[in-house]
Design a protein around this ligand. Sequence first.
Ligand code: FAD
Length: 318
Amino acid sequence: MAEILVLVDHADGAVKKVTLELLTKARELGTPAAVFIGSGYDEAKDKLAEYGAAKVYVAQDPELTGYVVAPKAELLAKLIAEAQPAAVLVPATAEGKEVAGRLAIKTDSGVITDAGDLRLDGDRLVAEQSIFGGSSIVHSAVTTGTPIITMRPNSTPPAAAPAAAERVEVSVELSDAAKLAKVVNRVVVPKGDRPELTEAAVVISGGRGVGSAENFSVIEALADQLGAAVGASRAAVDSGWYPHQSQVGQTGKTVSPQLYIAAGISGAIQHRAGMQTSKTIVAVNKDPEAPIFELVDYGVVGDLFKVIPQLTEEIAKR
Ligand code: FAD
């Protein structure tokens, strides 16, 4: 079966859930081969084997990690030339999309971003994308070069299927262009106990209706009962009530959790673009005409400051 390269998303060897999803999907399409770039491989290897990586291309050269995305694209381009994979799957994160775009240019290949699903139609890999704020679903295929596809986190439930994870060392002579940008400093944003927004099974987001930074404690209290991540609309972020990295939507993050709760969010198309593929959507809004009610599975017309604390209390009792 043809090899499908999966770029591993990890933090010093702690493999992100999206990688396990991509390996799971790659197993349906061919033989998954993970590409691990950076430090911490020893920590990552068992997870990659558990989720079906038949092979792992490992590049631990500090030169590859001291720079931003360009070296990753160069290494993947070299692997495409040598291994001739049937496709390259990359997480649809900010970094993943940049790697994918650069890789497509380098290899003269087509790129499809934000795929929600992938399937084989004969020999052809067909991607499903939700476009125009979710108003249409398109199916597309790359017709030139090696298909390079970024997949949305939470698109495929990860399933274990142990494989050999044969280790293959790889390196690349970086071009001068790849060395033009370098990471000079990293500020680690303190992480609470809540899951990462794009990986969480449950997300609860607050909007302008929350009214202030302090009032977000109401949202956080429910999130903590549910083990959820906290998101925010752009209106809430622009008001300085919640950090930018929590913004959900067209110019924020795309989430696709099992459960998305929108509190005090009207449901503008730019917000929908980041959350409408969530499996179950619940909204709490005091305006019965709010557009968010057009796409919810469950809607509560009411004041979030009454509804959310009641919900939190009810869940806490169970
Ligand atoms: P509003 O639209 O003001 O809605 C607030 C809602 O809260 C109202 O429906 C109101 O009835 C309800 N409410 C008020 N008080 C209460 C209460 N006590 N209890 C219950 N309900 C209450 N937006 C994003 O979110 N993400 C993006 O990534 C994004 N990108 C954008 C990109 C572009 C190019 C543009 C032009 C816009 C973008 N926006 C984005 C902005 C978007 O158009 C909306 O302005 C924004 O989503 C509105 O946020 P909101 O729903 O919180 O606020």
